[in-house]
Design a protein around this ligand. Structure first.
Ligand code: ZN
Length: 152
């Protein structure tokens, strides 16, 4: 696939997840829920996790914000469902490297799957916080830190 087609595909993934976010619902029986806020952009989400020992059985989110933040939360929810705590932390690291443009340490694009759609975010420093917000919020939920996550 050419770089141009790849860019179009990535853009399509982000638009699709922004328009039809997956797992976009409140979870009444969550093990943990944490709020995340990005004051620079106004992104504000709650991430809900249902943990069964070390496994993320369910993950959902609610809130509002820009297309990047909403698509990031949506793709994250599809990637992390069924993963262990340790795997979720590995994915967090990979995503962090990806959006900061440090992709050598983040594994191959193939391995990243739909998360690779966010590689272009590294060119827009103000957008990095939008993309990473749901992930930071998820990580605090995993660690059962209840205070609101802020990107500031
Ligand atoms: Zn944003």
């Amino acid at each position: 696939m050419s770089d141009l087609n790849l860019k179009a595909l990535y853009q399509e993934i982000i638009l699709d997840h922004n328009r039809n976010p997956r797992n976009f619902k409140k979870m009444d029986d969550a093990s943990c829920s944490v709020d995340g806020y990005n004051p620079l952009c106004g992104d504000h989400y709650t991430i809900f996790l249902k943990l069964d020992h070390d496994i993320i059985r369910e993950i959902s989110f609610q809130g509002s914000g820009c297309a990047i933040s909403k698509a990031s939360a949506s793709v994250m929810s599809t990637v992390l469902k069924g993963k262990t705590r340790a795997e979720a932390e590995e994915w967090f690291e990979k995503f962090h490297h990806l959006v900061r443009g440090e992709s050598n340490s983040g594994g191959s694009m193939d391995e990243l799957g739909k998360l690779a759609a966010f590689a272009g975010v590294s060119e827009f420093p103000a957008r990095v916080k939008c993309a990473i917000l749901p992930w930071h919020t998820m990580k605090n939920a995993l660690e059962e830190k209840k205070e609101t996550v802020s990107t500031e």
